[in-house]
Design a protein. Structure first.
Length: 150
């Protein structure tokens, strides 16, 4: 676990999520990264691993939530913040609801599969949502990845 002080901002933690997304991209995965922070401590970090694990549920958010719950020894993440480079899908949105995570910080929005398109109220009512943090960088990474596929 990495200790941090209050000088670190949403942009700082999103940079760490972007680093996770870069790892995913290097492995041929859709470049999505996630970091969970609790009381200024990074308790989990993950990137997409659906291809590696041959598991459609192995999204960065799902892996980070599981790791965070294991670290804390608790299923509820009320005092935690998830930093994620791409808006969660409906599956991840549902898991975030059940975790009761305190805050979600999103880089790029997903106009095709983002959970806000399907169910704008999917997150827990007490969860604070912040969007657009390092949005341009997050979007550029995704566009670059998909351009190479085509």
């Amino acid at each position: 676990m990495q200790k941090n002080n209050s000088l670190f901002s949403d942009e700082y933690f999103m940079q760490l999520a972007l680093y996770q997304a870069e790892i995913a991209m290097e492995k041929g995965e859709i470049p999505v990264g996630a970091v969970v922070v609790c009381q200024n401590t990074i308790i989990a970090k993950a990137h997409n691993q659906t291809e590696l694990l041959q598991d459609v549920t192995a999204h960065a958010e799902m892996l980070a939530l599981t790791a965070a719950a294991n670290t804390l020894g608790a299923k509820y993440l009320r005092d935690c913040t998830l930093y994620v480079t791409l808006e969660p899908c409906i599956m991840c949105g549902g898991a975030l609801y059940w975790s009761q995570i305190g805050k979600i910080v999103i880089g790029a929005m997903d106009d095709k599969r983002g959970c806000s398109k399907v169910s704008p109220k999917i997150y827990h009512p007490k969860t604070q949502i912040i969007t657009g943090v390092l949005q341009e960088v997050c979007e550029a990474m995704l566009k670059s990845f998909f351009k190479k596929l085509r």
